[in-house]
Write a protein that binds this ligand. Structure first.
Ligand code: HEC
Ligand code: HEC
Length: 413
């Protein structure tokens, strides 16, 4: 076995990261887990969920708070702890879409914020929020020296992109909604704040905009950002991602190691990636993480958010025009292994071409009311646009009334 990092080009400042990997490699050979046969991507094996309360609690803890040791990147390389401490006020954090967990804020601090007594333009307030573990998806270590708080480590968690809040306290501050994609989050703009990012990378990161992320830019240097997808309603979905790269633990390991830069193992011969770091802070957590994600159900549409009579008519239109692909309880034929060439559904091919399968999975339709825009690249801003796309591209000849009914049906899913 050899370390192959050849295709991982330095669009992120990976040199230091690669060195860590290589250092970790020798020791890792001795502790190799037997489930990995050469040629099988990490996390791709069959698995069954343990839905015991302990496992679900452990998985929730991982999903919300675990950095998998990714401080090795966000702190040691990207120096984001310095950026935050120096220049990221709560106002700025909220403006790039970061969310604050109201349940982590003690009552007196909450009252002070409500009473306008907390300076939301002071980066020190952000450090206080991190000390309270109140910033969704960020995990900070704060040490206090002579009464002054210092942010010494900073890492990211899954919740950064796949959780939001219900805004019950104020905009951007509220109760957590795990699994709901954070479509306000401008991941690219946040990464672009790092002093380790070159001007050329900065331009790319700043081009993505809110609610999007390219999970391969640091692998192949290309940029076709994807809409952050929901991580709910996946219990009976066989393969994850827009291109069905593999089962959920495959993708979780991919993201944790190659994107979050967690300290652990990931290999996929299809992509020429084989990363070994000891200790593996990712692999042992994949089981509980999977169970927790599978336990998150898609949110039901709010009362009155769709017209049920029109939706019933729309269901007939759907059954006549869409179920060849959106089939079964989860509305996807990928559960029986089918993939679709981009040209079959009129989708832009450029992202698919960068992946192992080179084709798109029929997206399982769930909680559609909650997460515009639609399609992998967000090319349909609304469900009306998605229906118009199909009507034109597949020459369905639907009347205006049928299209309206179909939209109402999609809103009911
Ligand atoms: C920086 C933002 C970001 C972070 C952090 C992140 N993800 Fe994702 N996630 C994405 C994007 C973008 C996709 C879409 C990838 C694709 O479909 O090709 C995705 C896809 C997924 C999917 C597939 C959803 C589906 O419909 O198939 C799951 C499940 C998921 N992520 C879980 C996780 C978990 C668990 C973690 C933590 C280990 C995590 N993500 C961390 C951005 C992120
Ligand atoms: C030939 C197979 C096929 C047919 C027929 C089909 N779809 Fe799709 N559908 C797909 C694929 C593949 C995707 C993923 C496309 C992408 O993300 O680029 C998708 C994605 C979607 C999405 C986006 C979901 C999201 O969360 O982004 C919606 C909405 C949708 N389809 C609705 C419909 C409707 C309504 C019809 C019938 C008019 C229909 N589809 C017919 C294959 C199909």
């Amino acid at each position: 076995m050899s370390i192959r990092f050849g295709r991982v080009v330095a669009s992120f400042p990976v040199h230091r990261f690669a060195a860590v990997l290589i250092l970790g490699f020798g020791a890792a050979c001795a502790t190799q887990t037997p489930e990995m046969s050469p040629g099988t991507p990490t996390g791709a094996g069959a698995a069954s969920d343990d839905f015991s309360p302990q496992t679900l609690a452990a998985g929730r803890q991982v999903f919300r708070f675990d950095t998998f040791g990714d401080e090795q990147f966000w702190t040691d390389t990207a120096r984001m702890h310095e950026v935050v401490q120096k220049s990221v006020s709560p106002t700025m954090a909220l403006s790039v879409g970061l969310k604050v967990d109201a349940d982590a804020i003690p009552a007196d601090v909450a009252a002070a914020i409500k009473g306008g007594k907390v300076d939301l333009n002071d980066p020190a307030t952000t450090v206080t929020l991190l000390k309270l573990n109140a910033v969704v998806g960020l995990n900070g270590t704060v040490t206090t020296v002579n009464g002054k708080d210092n942010l010494t480590r900073l890492g990211i968690t899954c919740a950064l992109c796949h959780s939001t809040v219900d805004n019950s306290f104020s905009k951007g501050i509220g109760h957590r909604k795990d699994g709901w994609p954070n479509r306000d989050l401008n991941v690219g703009a946040i990464i672009a704040l790092s002093p380790a990012v070159t001007p050329a990378q900065k331009a790319v990161y700043n081009s993505w905009g809110p609610g999007k992320y390219d999970p391969r830019f640091n692998i192949d240097g290309k940029s076709t950002p994807l809409v952050l997808p929901p991580a709910y309603g996946l219990a009976r979905v066989r393969n994850e991602t827009y291109t069905a790269e593999g089962p959920i633990s495959y993708w979780n390991a991919y993201v944790a190691v190659t994107q979050m830069h967690g300290h652990g193992n990931f290999s996929d011969p299809r992509l020429g990636i084989n990363i070994r770091q000891t200790p593996d802070m990712v692999g042992p957590k994949l089981g509980s993480l999977r169970a927790y994600q599978h336990s998150i159900e898609a949110p039901t549409p709010p009362a009155g958010s769709f017209d049920s009579e029109a939706s019933a008519r729309g269901r007939v239109v759907f059954n006549q025009n869409c179920v060849t692909c959106h089939v079964g309880a989860n509305n996807t034929d990928n559960n029986s292994g089918v993939l679709h060439a981009p040209s079959q559904t009129g989708q832009d091919a450029s992202y698919a071409l960068r992946t192992a399968n080179k084709a798109y999975r029929t997206t399982p339709l769930r909680g559609l009311w909650q997460h515009p825009p639609y399609f992998h690249d967000g090319s349909a801003a609304t469900l009306e646009d998605a229906v118009t796309h199909y009507n034109n591209f597949r020459r369905l000849g639907l009347s205006a009334a049928q299209q309206r009914d179909l939209v109402q049906y999609l809103k009911s899913l």
